[in-house]
Design a protein around this ligand. Structure first.
Ligand code: MBD
Ligand code: FE
Length: 281
Protein backbone atom coordinates (compact mmCIF):
# COMPACT_ATOMS: atom_id res chain seq x y z
CA UNK A 1 0.00 0.00 0.00
CA UNK A 2 1.09 3.62 -0.40
CA UNK A 3 1.25 4.24 3.36
CA UNK A 4 3.64 1.32 3.88
CA UNK A 5 7.15 2.60 4.65
CA UNK A 6 9.22 1.07 1.91
CA UNK A 7 12.88 0.11 1.69
CA UNK A 8 14.92 1.90 -0.95
CA UNK A 9 16.52 -0.19 -3.67
CA UNK A 10 19.93 1.11 -2.57
CA UNK A 11 19.22 0.17 1.05
CA UNK A 12 18.20 -3.40 0.35
CA UNK A 13 20.97 -3.70 -2.26
CA UNK A 14 23.62 -2.64 0.24
CA UNK A 15 22.27 -5.12 2.79
CA UNK A 16 22.19 -7.94 0.22
CA UNK A 17 25.76 -7.19 -0.87
CA UNK A 18 26.91 -7.21 2.76
CA UNK A 19 25.10 -10.49 3.45
CA UNK A 20 26.71 -12.07 0.38
CA UNK A 21 30.21 -10.93 1.32
CA UNK A 22 29.77 -12.31 4.84
CA UNK A 23 29.19 -15.85 3.53
CA UNK A 24 32.01 -18.23 2.64
CA UNK A 25 32.71 -18.53 -1.08
CA UNK A 26 35.37 -21.22 -1.06
CA UNK A 27 35.08 -23.82 -3.81
CA UNK A 28 36.05 -22.21 -7.10
CA UNK A 29 39.63 -21.40 -6.03
CA UNK A 30 40.99 -24.37 -7.96
CA UNK A 31 39.35 -23.46 -11.28
CA UNK A 32 41.91 -24.16 -14.00
CA UNK A 33 43.19 -21.55 -16.42
CA UNK A 34 41.70 -23.60 -19.24
CA UNK A 35 38.22 -23.58 -17.68
CA UNK A 36 38.34 -19.85 -16.91
CA UNK A 37 39.29 -19.14 -20.52
CA UNK A 38 36.63 -21.50 -21.91
CA UNK A 39 33.71 -20.24 -19.82
CA UNK A 40 34.59 -16.55 -20.03
CA UNK A 41 35.09 -16.81 -23.78
CA UNK A 42 31.66 -18.44 -24.12
CA UNK A 43 30.07 -15.58 -22.15
CA UNK A 44 31.85 -12.95 -24.26
CA UNK A 45 30.95 -14.80 -27.47
CA UNK A 46 27.30 -14.55 -26.41
CA UNK A 47 27.61 -10.80 -25.82
CA UNK A 48 29.39 -10.27 -29.13
CA UNK A 49 26.78 -12.33 -30.98
CA UNK A 50 23.96 -10.22 -29.49
CA UNK A 51 25.73 -7.00 -30.52
CA UNK A 52 26.14 -8.19 -34.10
CA UNK A 53 22.72 -9.81 -34.44
CA UNK A 54 20.96 -6.72 -33.13
CA UNK A 55 23.32 -4.07 -34.56
CA UNK A 56 23.93 -2.49 -31.14
CA UNK A 57 24.90 1.19 -31.40
CA UNK A 58 27.44 3.28 -29.47
CA UNK A 59 24.53 5.04 -27.70
CA UNK A 60 23.20 1.68 -26.53
CA UNK A 61 26.68 0.49 -25.50
CA UNK A 62 27.11 3.66 -23.42
CA UNK A 63 23.68 3.24 -21.81
CA UNK A 64 24.58 -0.35 -20.92
CA UNK A 65 27.90 0.78 -19.43
CA UNK A 66 26.18 3.43 -17.31
CA UNK A 67 23.57 0.90 -16.18
CA UNK A 68 26.24 -1.63 -15.13
CA UNK A 69 28.00 1.11 -13.12
CA UNK A 70 24.65 1.84 -11.43
CA UNK A 71 24.08 -1.85 -10.65
CA UNK A 72 27.37 -1.92 -8.74
CA UNK A 73 26.89 1.42 -6.99
CA UNK A 74 23.37 0.42 -5.94
CA UNK A 75 24.60 -2.88 -4.49
CA UNK A 76 22.27 -4.72 -6.87
CA UNK A 77 24.63 -7.40 -8.18
CA UNK A 78 23.17 -10.00 -5.78
CA UNK A 79 19.60 -9.09 -6.78
CA UNK A 80 20.33 -8.96 -10.51
CA UNK A 81 22.33 -12.20 -10.64
CA UNK A 82 19.94 -14.13 -8.42
CA UNK A 83 16.91 -12.99 -10.42
CA UNK A 84 18.30 -13.48 -13.93
CA UNK A 85 21.13 -16.02 -13.69
CA UNK A 86 21.00 -18.22 -10.58
CA UNK A 87 18.18 -20.46 -11.87
CA UNK A 88 20.41 -21.78 -14.63
CA UNK A 89 23.27 -22.61 -12.22
CA UNK A 90 20.75 -24.39 -10.01
CA UNK A 91 19.47 -26.44 -12.98
CA UNK A 92 23.02 -27.62 -13.65
CA UNK A 93 23.52 -28.59 -9.99
CA UNK A 94 20.13 -30.34 -9.95
CA UNK A 95 21.27 -32.80 -12.62
CA UNK A 96 23.18 -34.77 -9.95
CA UNK A 97 20.82 -34.33 -7.01
CA UNK A 98 18.19 -36.67 -5.62
CA UNK A 99 15.42 -36.00 -3.15
CA UNK A 100 13.30 -32.88 -2.86
CA UNK A 101 13.77 -30.45 -5.75
CA UNK A 102 15.94 -27.46 -5.02
CA UNK A 103 15.67 -23.97 -6.41
CA UNK A 104 17.55 -20.70 -6.06
CA UNK A 105 18.77 -19.23 -2.75
CA UNK A 106 18.15 -15.62 -3.75
CA UNK A 107 19.67 -12.51 -2.14
CA UNK A 108 17.86 -12.42 1.21
CA UNK A 109 19.18 -15.37 3.23
CA UNK A 110 20.72 -14.47 6.59
CA UNK A 111 22.55 -17.18 8.56
CA UNK A 112 22.25 -17.46 12.32
CA UNK A 113 18.48 -17.12 12.70
CA UNK A 114 16.91 -18.00 16.06
CA UNK A 115 16.81 -21.77 16.70
CA UNK A 116 13.36 -23.04 17.63
CA UNK A 117 12.32 -26.58 18.59
CA UNK A 118 9.29 -27.90 16.71
CA UNK A 119 6.37 -27.28 17.31
CA UNK A 120 7.50 -23.69 16.48
CA UNK A 121 6.18 -20.23 15.75
CA UNK A 122 8.46 -18.04 13.66
CA UNK A 123 9.53 -14.78 15.33
CA UNK A 124 6.93 -12.16 14.40
CA UNK A 125 5.48 -8.85 15.56
CA UNK A 126 2.70 -8.89 18.18
CA UNK A 127 0.30 -7.60 15.55
CA UNK A 128 1.93 -9.37 12.57
CA UNK A 129 -0.46 -8.75 9.66
CA UNK A 130 -1.43 -11.52 7.29
CA UNK A 131 -3.29 -14.80 7.22
CA UNK A 132 -1.92 -17.30 9.77
CA UNK A 133 -0.31 -20.30 8.05
CA UNK A 134 0.63 -23.64 9.60
CA UNK A 135 3.29 -25.54 7.70
CA UNK A 136 3.91 -29.14 8.80
CA UNK A 137 5.57 -32.31 7.56
CA UNK A 138 8.41 -34.76 7.92
CA UNK A 139 12.02 -35.02 6.75
CA UNK A 140 12.96 -38.46 5.41
CA UNK A 141 15.89 -39.87 3.46
CA UNK A 142 15.81 -41.31 -0.06
CA UNK A 143 15.05 -44.78 1.37
CA UNK A 144 12.01 -43.44 3.21
CA UNK A 145 13.55 -43.51 6.70
CA UNK A 146 12.85 -40.56 9.02
CA UNK A 147 15.88 -38.29 9.41
CA UNK A 148 16.72 -37.33 13.02
CA UNK A 149 18.25 -33.95 13.91
CA UNK A 150 16.90 -32.28 10.77
CA UNK A 151 16.71 -28.49 10.65
CA UNK A 152 14.54 -26.24 8.52
CA UNK A 153 16.21 -22.87 8.06
CA UNK A 154 13.18 -20.86 6.95
CA UNK A 155 12.82 -17.23 5.84
CA UNK A 156 10.12 -15.40 3.94
CA UNK A 157 8.57 -12.03 3.14
CA UNK A 158 5.76 -10.58 5.24
CA UNK A 159 2.15 -9.90 4.16
CA UNK A 160 3.38 -6.89 2.15
CA UNK A 161 6.34 -8.60 0.47
CA UNK A 162 9.13 -7.25 2.68
CA UNK A 163 12.01 -9.26 4.19
CA UNK A 164 13.48 -8.54 7.61
CA UNK A 165 17.10 -7.42 7.30
CA UNK A 166 16.35 -5.76 3.95
CA UNK A 167 13.53 -3.36 4.82
CA UNK A 168 14.14 -0.90 7.67
CA UNK A 169 10.57 -0.94 8.99
CA UNK A 170 10.59 -4.73 9.59
CA UNK A 171 12.24 -5.79 12.89
CA UNK A 172 15.46 -7.82 12.70
CA UNK A 173 14.83 -11.57 12.54
CA UNK A 174 11.14 -11.24 11.68
CA UNK A 175 9.78 -14.35 9.92
CA UNK A 176 13.15 -16.11 10.06
CA UNK A 177 14.03 -19.17 12.11
CA UNK A 178 15.94 -22.44 12.23
CA UNK A 179 13.29 -24.95 13.23
CA UNK A 180 14.67 -28.17 14.72
CA UNK A 181 12.47 -31.14 13.80
CA UNK A 182 11.75 -33.92 16.31
CA UNK A 183 13.58 -37.30 16.44
CA UNK A 184 11.43 -38.57 13.57
CA UNK A 185 12.05 -35.51 11.40
CA UNK A 186 8.60 -34.12 12.05
CA UNK A 187 7.97 -30.39 12.17
CA UNK A 188 5.07 -27.96 12.56
CA UNK A 189 5.66 -24.27 12.03
CA UNK A 190 3.26 -21.38 12.54
CA UNK A 191 3.81 -18.28 10.45
CA UNK A 192 1.82 -15.97 8.17
CA UNK A 193 1.11 -16.22 4.45
CA UNK A 194 3.77 -14.20 2.56
CA UNK A 195 2.87 -11.83 -0.27
CA UNK A 196 4.44 -11.88 -3.73
CA UNK A 197 7.79 -10.07 -3.96
CA UNK A 198 8.32 -7.08 -6.24
CA UNK A 199 11.81 -6.09 -7.39
CA UNK A 200 12.39 -2.53 -6.13
CA UNK A 201 11.31 -0.15 -8.89
CA UNK A 202 13.67 2.67 -7.83
CA UNK A 203 16.93 0.86 -8.63
CA UNK A 204 18.78 -0.25 -11.77
CA UNK A 205 17.29 -3.79 -11.85
CA UNK A 206 13.79 -2.34 -11.62
CA UNK A 207 14.64 0.24 -14.30
CA UNK A 208 15.80 -2.51 -16.65
CA UNK A 209 12.62 -4.52 -16.06
CA UNK A 210 10.55 -1.40 -16.74
CA UNK A 211 12.58 -0.44 -19.84
CA UNK A 212 12.10 -3.94 -21.27
CA UNK A 213 8.37 -3.97 -20.54
CA UNK A 214 8.70 -7.02 -18.28
CA UNK A 215 7.00 -7.40 -14.91
CA UNK A 216 8.95 -7.19 -11.63
CA UNK A 217 7.17 -9.90 -9.64
CA UNK A 218 8.02 -13.19 -7.96
CA UNK A 219 5.12 -15.35 -6.75
CA UNK A 220 4.65 -15.62 -2.97
CA UNK A 221 7.14 -18.10 -1.55
CA UNK A 222 8.74 -19.63 1.52
CA UNK A 223 12.52 -20.03 1.40
CA UNK A 224 14.08 -23.06 3.06
CA UNK A 225 17.40 -24.73 3.59
CA UNK A 226 16.69 -28.22 4.93
CA UNK A 227 19.75 -29.88 6.46
CA UNK A 228 20.67 -32.84 8.65
CA UNK A 229 23.96 -34.48 9.64
CA UNK A 230 25.15 -36.93 6.97
CA UNK A 231 22.83 -35.56 4.29
CA UNK A 232 23.15 -33.12 1.41
CA UNK A 233 21.40 -29.86 2.37
CA UNK A 234 18.58 -28.76 0.10
CA UNK A 235 18.07 -25.09 -0.73
CA UNK A 236 14.56 -24.65 -2.01
CA UNK A 237 11.39 -22.55 -2.07
CA UNK A 238 7.73 -23.43 -1.77
CA UNK A 239 5.01 -21.59 -3.67
CA UNK A 240 1.21 -21.42 -3.38
CA UNK A 241 -1.24 -22.95 -5.83
CA UNK A 242 -3.35 -20.37 -7.63
CA UNK A 243 -1.14 -17.47 -6.52
CA UNK A 244 -0.29 -14.49 -8.70
CA UNK A 245 2.85 -14.77 -10.86
CA UNK A 246 3.22 -18.53 -10.27
CA UNK A 247 3.44 -19.06 -14.03
CA UNK A 248 5.61 -16.04 -14.80
CA UNK A 249 8.19 -15.72 -11.99
CA UNK A 250 10.67 -13.02 -13.02
CA UNK A 251 13.39 -15.21 -11.44
CA UNK A 252 12.27 -18.39 -13.28
CA UNK A 253 12.64 -20.34 -10.03
CA UNK A 254 9.31 -22.17 -9.74
CA UNK A 255 8.97 -25.93 -10.21
CA UNK A 256 5.70 -27.87 -10.25
CA UNK A 257 6.94 -30.12 -7.39
CA UNK A 258 7.34 -27.07 -5.13
CA UNK A 259 3.75 -25.81 -5.00
CA UNK A 260 1.73 -25.99 -1.78
CA UNK A 261 -2.05 -26.07 -1.75
CA UNK A 262 -2.95 -24.83 1.76
CA UNK A 263 -6.40 -25.64 3.10
CA UNK A 264 -8.32 -23.30 5.34
CA UNK A 265 -8.89 -24.85 8.78
CA UNK A 266 -11.98 -24.31 10.90
CA UNK A 267 -10.07 -21.73 12.97
CA UNK A 268 -9.44 -19.66 9.82
CA UNK A 269 -5.76 -20.51 9.61
CA UNK A 270 -4.27 -21.96 6.43
CA UNK A 271 -2.55 -25.32 6.75
CA UNK A 272 -0.19 -27.08 4.39
CA UNK A 273 1.77 -30.32 4.67
CA UNK A 274 5.03 -30.96 2.84
CA UNK A 275 7.54 -33.77 3.32
CA UNK A 276 11.21 -33.34 2.44
CA UNK A 277 13.51 -36.05 1.10
CA UNK A 278 17.23 -35.70 1.80
CA UNK A 279 19.99 -37.55 0.00
CA UNK A 280 22.58 -39.28 2.24
CA UNK A 281 26.18 -38.28 1.49
C1 MBD B 1 13.55 -12.67 -3.73
O1 MBD B 1 12.73 -12.70 -2.67
C2 MBD B 1 13.99 -13.83 -4.19
O2 MBD B 1 13.57 -14.94 -3.57
C3 MBD B 1 14.84 -13.88 -5.29
C4 MBD B 1 15.31 -15.16 -5.81
C5 MBD B 1 15.24 -12.72 -5.91
C6 MBD B 1 14.80 -11.53 -5.43
C7 MBD B 1 13.96 -11.50 -4.34
FE1 FE C 1 12.48 -14.50 -1.84
Amino acid sequence: STTQPSPTAAGSGASATEAFRARSHAGAGGTSQERVATVVKAVLDGVHAAITAHQVTYAEFSAAKQWLIDVGEGGEWPLLLDVFVEHEVEEVAAQHQQGTKGTILGPYYLPGATRLPSVATLPMRDDEPGTPLVFAGQVRDTTGEPVPAAELDLWHADHAGYYSGFAPHVPAGNLRGVVVADDEGRFEISTVQPAPYQIPTDGPTGRLVEAAGWHPWRPAHLHLIVRAPGHRPITTQLYFAGGDWLDSDVAQATKPELVLAPQRQEDGRLRSEYDFVLEPV
